[in-house]
Design a protein around this ligand. Structure first.
Ligand code: BTN
Length: 330
């Protein structure tokens, strides 16, 4: 006999309620679909009500989900998701130190391709080049995706650029805002950073075992809980548009958009992504300063990226430098 995980039925009931958001589902129907008793259905509904879900209950009609508590939950993201692999396994944590750290641990344990680690609160988020990533509880998206592409190690930075394209597309679709990408992967609007992306690898010799892509998106909130130094450089979609956005549909859109680009990339290579990235790039043709790990600064005109996703910087003597990893200033 296969044991169902604790809370399996409650999660399944909530998923059903999300999938049938605008309809009533009878207790009988739910118990048949989930495979538990009607009493168990009733008990799980009571427990969901206690957690802050607003569920209408009408005699002879059944139950209908009216409203969810603030923040994310796994069924809200899983219900109605149209992807094939991405997000089909979600590891959800109410609070966690870093989704990235957890995803790397899960990848090491053999988590399948497409698994996503998601949380409502990240207490010690990691950023690029040793920076930290700070975000407010329940208002932002912090997640890490585990992918297992068969790619040579040197091509994996391309996935960071692809993720940046997916993020700008989703922001445009959901909010109407056209953001730009600062190489390699900061998403900015009017100079304020809205999205950070961190790609890390598990590899053996030249072979990629797993790529973990962490994404932080400042969706709602006024960032008032964050330090002044962060507020000076960061923004949120709510601060720009004055609207709040439901996080679960946002994440679903992201998964669908990312998966479509990723599938194209795996079939056609980076040449299918490069023009999309360049169309959204902010600093091409401009003089920029590149601070390389270790502090060395290079100055030149950003000429574009090559087919590996490496930034091409034209120095004052006309030669092209290839920049693999750096912070950009301009
Ligand atoms: C950057 O420095 O711009 C990258 C920031 C990446 C932050 C995300 S939030 C989800 C995931 N978990 C982490 O600890 N970091 C990444």
């Amino acid at each position: 006999m296969v044991r169902k995980p604790a809370n399996y039925s409650k999660k399944a009931i909530l998923t059903l309620l999300y999938e049938h958001r605008n309809e009533f589902l009878s207790g009988q129907k739910i118990s048949e679909l989930i495979g538990c008793s009607r009493t168990a259905v009733w008990k799980h509904i009571q427990s969901l009500l206690e957690e802050g879900f607003l569920i209408e209950s009408v005699q002879k009609k059944g139950y209908r989900l009216m409203q969810s508590p603030d923040g994310l939950n796994e069924p809200a993201v899983a219900a109605g998701l149209k992807t094939k692999r991405l997000g089909r396994t979600i590891r959800f944590y109410e609070s966690i130190e870093s989704t990235q750290k957890e995803a790397l641990r899960l990848a090491d344990e053999g988590a399948e391709d497409g698994t996503v680690v998601l949380t409502n609160e990240q207490t010690n988020g990691r950023g690029r080049l040793g920076h930290t990533w700070q975000s407010q509880r329940g208002t932002n998206i912090a997640m890490s995706m585990i992918l297992r592409p068969s790619l040579p190690i040197e091509k994996t930075p391309q996935l960071t650029l692809l993720t940046a394209v997916a993020a700008t597309d989703v922001i445009e679709k959901v909010t109407g805002l056209t953001c730009g990408i600062k190489w390699p992967n900061d998403i900015l609007y009017n100079g304020k950073k809205l999205v950070g992306i961190l790609t890390e690898l598990q590899a053996e010799a030249t072979y990629v075992k797993a790529v973990v892509i962490g994404i932080g998106i400042n969706v709602n909130g006024d960032l008032s809980d964050l330090p002044e130094s962060v507020r000076q450089v960061a923004g949120s979609l709510e601060l720009i548009t004055g609207k709040r956005y439901a996080l679960a549909p946002f994440i679903q859109e992201f998964f669908e958009c990312f998966e479509a680009l990723y599938t194209t990339y795996l079939h056609e290579g980076f040449q299918s992504i490069r023009p999309l990235w360049e169309q959204r790039a902010l600093n091409l043709g401009n003089v920029i300063k590149v601070r390389k790990p270790g502090g060395h600064i290079l100055e030149g005109v950003a000429r574009g990226i090559n087919n590996e996703g490496v930034l091409l910087l034209q120095k004052s003597d006309g030669t092209l430098a290839q920049v693999y990893s750096a912070d950009i200033e301009w």
